[in-house]
Design a protein around this ligand. Sequence first.
Ligand code: NDP
Ligand code: ZN
Length: 355
Amino acid sequence: MEGKMKGFAMLKIGETGWIEKDIPECGPMDAICKPIALAPCTSDIHTVWEGAIGERHNMILGHEGCAEIVEVGKLVKDFKPGDKVLVPAITPDWNSLEAQNGYPMHSHGMLAGWKFSNFKDGVFGEYFHVNDPDGNLALLPEGVDPADAVMLSDMVPTGFHGAELADIQYGDSVLVIGIGPVGLMSVAGAALKGASRIYAVGTRPKCIEVAKAYGADTFISYKDGPIADQVLDLTSGKGVDKVILAGGDCDTFIDAVKALKAGGKIGNVNYLGSGDYVRIPREEWGVGMGHKMINGGLMLGGRLRMEKLGSLVATGRLDVSKMITHRFEGFEKIEDALYLMKDKPADLIKPVVVL
Ligand code: NDP
Ligand code: ZN
């Protein structure tokens, strides 16, 4: 396909706008897609307004979408134009050594599996490019609403990865710090993995209501004093088995370590958009010998993962629609949706734009 297309872009740090670009080219192992539903992410906000990944000029934003394929390269086997697909935010190079080593999200460099709105134009364009569709896309499961499917791009896989990184086991007590859409999916993921008690940190009433529905039992406000003190009070000084970090900042790790039992694990999926160092409290880290493990990671991406997560939604075991608080219609509304995400009104969890 040749011609021009419109996209909503980061013009430079702190500035966004509509731009015109060439429709991306389809190589032999690529696909070109047009979005049918889109969502902005808190990471888009970090990227534009905090400059968290450095300067970018005229880069189309967005990495959360559900799409229809319009063109595939001649080496693509399993997809064809007209297929409706789930699009993961992370699209690794599956033949890289890093992927062979079990870390596809870091294929060809740290975090380099994150291509949309990082190393190439994102999904907020009339068309977008997908590398290795056989390895990265999954068919939209029958009966799944494209708006719900957008939650499978990043919110579900990232929130669930928090539960994986924290290695949740049956019966674990779990602290989830941050209950925006990512943390909400960490709550849901921890519950599905068998957590017995879930403490959740956040203040927005809508998020609290939905966190309860996903399995959180006890709520803590970071505005009411140190999180760790509150957790230790609630657990008779024992702390929790696992912590998932989906909000806060570099200093939130201090609370996470303090609130954790010896032998506990921390899973971080929060994007640390500013600050130079993460500090670990020496004494509560068992003076270096407490077996308190800290694990932070980017979601996996990939077709198998998307198919599995998609089937959780298709079978009704996971209801992602609870997170969608605002719906827009029409491609150009992505601008309003992004600015809503930036302003974070109290009743917002996640806006979705249906095209
Ligand atoms: P939100 O901003 O919607 O939610 C953040 C949560 O953290 C809210 O519950 C908020 O509480 C809480 N919070 C704010 N300040 C503090 C604090 N000082 N201490 C403890 N909790 C606090 O973000 P999202 O859920 O959309 O995203 C969460 C993070 O995950 C972001 O940093 C995002 O960029 C990142 N992310 C990471 C990805 C990955 O692959 N690793 C992918 C996608 C996102 P309140 O209720 O008061 O607002
Ligand atoms: Zn995202």
